[in-house]
Design a protein around this ligand. Structure first.
Ligand code: TXA
Ligand code: MG
Length: 488
């Protein structure tokens, strides 16, 4: 960002600062009470369920180990418009309190190292609003970020937990709130292509092509970093991950903050990523300063991550932009060995056993994990369905509540017979893999609100988005994958 840009951004921020918080104010203040009450109920229920589960744990059976520079309206014009809208900037006492929280309190820890509660401000924003309305509505959240606060916001992939990418104090709060290991680097989110050149040392030609093809969108690229990026962002490494999200709320928040934002998924570390604001509340209420509710994330799984620092580029995480889509633009790429290791699983030949303790899954790959154990079954459709039904009965017999994840096309197979399993869930139709991806995390999370102890999931075809879904599901299962053919 050159000085001229910085100055114009400063002017814009200053103009809006005069008065513009009124629009967001009323939204956040009024929404908040009801939502907090809901959240309190929900978390109580969740706690109760968890306690019940713990009590049951002793008897638990075993499953297998199984460059749009000028796009912002001219500063003066924006200022004028905002002035006409604004009624009373002091109305937003709640947001102001949270901004103050971000400034003065940060996240206090007591002598035992417990993180103190923060007042979390929640605002609902319509992503279809005009850009000018969004900038106004998000102004208080930009302020929180400026004061080293952390704010959850929607992106097209999943909700992110944002702080200024240039502010180690705010970034540390992200690690604390999520309980994220400090050796896991963060993605920097930008809104203008030019910003890349200020953050990275060189941009390979192939990266330029991918930017043109897929930005804004669910593609994260890794580059050699510039000094301006604090070490905490990159876990001390020499590379930085950058993405330009394609969501009006995410874009407006970055813009009103006036800086690139780091944003990991806004879940507690190890939980499924949030695709709705209520998922963020479940995990992080009282631990972060703000949540911007902009509805459900359309893609539903996190961005594709590709390392552009070597040749050929290497896929590190499958996501919304598939390998095939990337290769159509830049030719062959490599795939990180670890990815295929995750997909193969590790428990195909282990015997299932319905008594005794659950063996702990490989922690290294356990992410996205619901409270229940997940077992994926792979193989010929009929055999997989048959095996799931057989296991369902066996687990139920041993007193355990079983969930099933299938697809629309197979639902009727499980609905046959007299007692339909109330925890039978479909990801959607196999004909719409994108929709299935969008449903995955919410389904996994919703099982946490039930008594389900074991989730039996059909494997999907590993093609295109199916590959990204299976990558997440395999991690949720701690690689517990049963190859049905081999068992028979
Ligand atoms: O869709 C997404 O990417 C979401 C939204 C909020 O943008 N963000 C997200 O962030 O998924 P997070 O932190 O949950 O996942 C980032 C992934 C991690 O696996 C991290 O290890 C990897 O990207 N990553 C970040 N920086 C990296 C780097 N310099 N080198 C290698 N991997 C990196
Ligand atoms: Mg994550």
């Amino acid at each position: 960002m050159d000085d001229r840009n910085r100055e114009s951004k400063k002017n814009k921020n200053h103009c809006i600062e005069e008065d513009a918080s009124a629009v967001a104010s009323s939204t956040s203040a009024s929404e908040e009470e009801g939502k907090n009450a809901d959240a309190a109920d929900k978390s109580e229920n969740a706690d109760a369920a968890a306690n019940g589960k713990n009590a049951d744990a002793a008897e638990e059976g075993e499953i297998a180990d199984a460059a749009e520079e000028g796009e912002i309206a001219d500063a003066a014009e924006e200022c004028e418009k905002a002035e006409t809208r604004a009624k009373d900037k002091n109305a937003d006492t709640t947001a102001n309190a949270a901004i103050a929280d971000a400034t003065e309190e940060g996240q206090k820890t007591d002598s035992d190292g417990n993180v103190g509660k923060i007042h979390t401000v929640i605002a609902t924003v319509d992503p279809g609003s005009s850009k000018e309305e969004l900038l106004s509505a998000l102004y208080p959240f930009g302020q929180m970020i400026e004061k080293s606060g952390v704010v959850a916001f929607p992106t097209e992939t999943v909700y992110g937990l944002g702080a200024s990418a240039l502010d180690p104090v705010g970034i540390e709060k992200i690690f604390i709130a999520k309980g994220r290991p400090s050796d896991n680097p963060l993605i920097v989110h930008i809104t203008k292509t030019e910003e890349v050149f200020e953050l990275v040392r060189s941009v390979p030609e192939k990266a330029m092509k991918l930017m043109k093809a897929f930005w804004p969108g669910p593609l994260t690229m890794i580059f050699k970093k510039q000094k301006i990026i604090p070490d905490i962002v990159t876990a001390g490494g020499d590379t930085v991950a950058i993405r330009m999200p394609d969501h009006p709320v995410a874009k407006a928040l970055i813009e009103i903050s006036g800086v690139p934002l780091v944003a990991p998924s806004a879940n507690a570390s190890g939980k499924p990523s949030p695709t709705m604001a209520r998922h963020v509340l479940e995990d992080l209420e009282g631990k972060i300063h703000g949540i911007i509710d902009g509805g459900s994330s359309a893609v539903g799984i996190e961005s594709t991550v590709i390392d552009m620092t070597g040749e050929p580029p290497m896929l590190l995480r499958p996501g919304g932009i598939t390998q095939k889509m990337i290769e159509a633009v830049i030719g062959p790429i490599e795939r990180d060995d670890q990815l295929d290791e995750i997909d193969r699983g590790k428990s195909s030949k282990k015997k299932l056993n319905f008594s005794g303790k659950v063996r702990s899954p490989g922690m290294k790959y356990t992410h996205y994990a619901p409270k229940a154990q997940v077992l994926i079954l792979r193989g010929i459709r009929e055999k997989v369905i048959g095996k799931i039904k057989e296991l369902e009965k066996a687990y139920q017999k041993s007193g355990q509540t079983v969930g099933i994840i299938t697809v629309d096309e197979n639902l009727k197979e499980y609905e046959k017979g007299s007692c339909k399993n109330p925890y039978l869930r479909s990801l959607g139709s196999e004909k719409d893999v994108e929709k299935m991806a969008a449903n995955l995390f919410a389904i996994l999370r919703d099982f946490d609100q039930t008594d389900v102890k074991i989730i039996l999931a059909e494997a999907l075809e590993d093609r295109e988005m199916g590959y990204a879904i299976m990558n997440r599901l395999s991690k949720a299962a701690g690689q517990n994958i049963l190859y049905v053919e081999e068992e028979n």
